[in-house]
Unconditional design. Structure first.
Length: 374
């Protein structure tokens, strides 16, 4: 040891975090007397304070009401979490004793949790890193929910039956891989009904198998073969392709909610894409949304519609143009995207072709599916 004073001595040693070291010392007098008895000293080296943990659900996430898995992890550290700050202070407390657990989220709005993480153990335990984070509980729609109350945030990732408040028609809805909430059943609204949400429309209905729709009259064909309309607690069909639930067929004027700019063969601008035949809070998809849908559920294929059938439950409902055409072989769905004065875009598919942005005459009768607002 180096002498630092009459009877004081020092020695530098290399120490590492999270270790215990015992050092032994024996001294002798300058006059040569015998060594003293050996003495020891123990040095505890605290572990370094761990890094801030990874949290799940992350700070600011939205979580469906129900059982939620909570995970708090920090490399090389032990973490706890709880519902009150004093439950995890200095990594003590009884609310949670493991890094992963579940909590019942039943409160809509902001939910706050607290964490504490330490490295090492016992005498080498580090100072804790503590903090809090918040997530939002949302009330997810269930079977029988009114469509007009569903948003993307409350739309479940599993299929449920929802009802249009206007006429109590029943439809399957689900949030799909494009993070949009889609109708999985073709619309079958004939106009009128209950105006609770101020979203009723006036439509001119036809059941004829001949004749033509026009650009200017908001028209619906209410009895194509295989319409298979369902209401109330009756579940819609999940049959896809040929023989599915075809619903009704609409010209573009009707699909766009009979707004003046959409009901002619001269306009290419002035359309309000938030106005449509869809229930309040829902809208007619754009061609961009149809493209994203095809990417999400059909791998973007333009030569096979298998994903559109299996996940989106697409059906070959055909079209109406001087009569019913291509039922059982083609799916045609209006978008809100205009192509030119006489033509609008839509989703078109059959077994070996998919076009999410196909151009078609606005007077034609196509199926409609709606997508919920964000």
């Amino acid at each position: 040891m180096a002498t630092t004073g009459g009877t004081s001595h020092s020695q530098s040693v290399s120490l590492s975090d999270n270790l215990t070291r015992t050092y032994y010392v024996r001294c002798s007098a300058d006059n040569g007397n015998s060594y003293s008895s050996e003495v020891s000293t123990i040095i505890y080296i605290k572990a370094a304070t761990p890094a801030a943990p990874t949290l799940s659900p992350a700070d600011g996430d939205s979580v469906n009401n129900g059982t939620t898995t909570i995970t708090v992890t920090s490399s090389g550290a032990a973490c706890k979490w709880g519902t009150a700050s004093n439950s995890v202070t200095n990594n003590s407390g009884t609310t949670r004793t493991t890094t992963t657990g579940t909590i019942r989220t039943t409160t809509t709005g902001t939910n706050t949790l607290y964490y504490s993480c330490v490295a090492g153990s016992g005498n080498t335990e580090s100072a804790p890193i503590t903090g809090s984070w918040s997530y939002t509980g949302v009330l997810v729609a269930t079977n029988g929910t009114i469509m007009q109350t569903i948003t993307t945030a409350t739309c479940p990732t599993t299929r449920i039956r929802a009802n249009d408040a206007r006429d109590n028609r029943s439809y399957y809805v689900q949030k799909l891989g494009d993070d949009k909430c889609w109708m999985l059943t073709n619309l079958a609204y004939a106009g009128g009904g209950t105006a609770t949400y101020n979203d009723t429309k006036t439509l001119t209905a036809t059941t004829s198998t001949s004749g033509s729709f026009t650009y200017t009259t908001s028209s619906v064909h209410t009895s194509p073969g295989g319409a298979a309309v369902t209401s109330g607690s009756t579940n819609p069909s999940t049959t896809t392709g040929s023989g599915g639930q075809y619903g009704y067929l609409y010209n573009w004027c009707a699909a766009m909610g009979a707004q003046t700019s959409a009901c002619n063969n001269t306009s290419t601008t002035g359309f309000d894409t938030t106005i449509s035949i869809c229930p309040a809070g829902w809208h007619l998809p754009t061609s961009t949304e149809f493209t994203a849908l095809n990417t999400a559920v059909n791998s973007g294929s333009t030569s096979s519609d298998s994903g559109l059938l299996s996940t989106w439950l697409g059906v070959y409902s055909g079209l109406y143009s001087s009569g019913l055409l291509n039922q059982g072989s083609n799916g045609l769905y209006w978008s809100s995207t205009v192509y030119d004065a006489t033509t609008a875009r839509g989703l078109y598919f059959y077994s070996s072709r998919v076009n999410p942005s196909d151009g078609n005459r606005k007077y034609s009768g196509f199926a409609v599916r709606c997508v919920a607002a964000s």
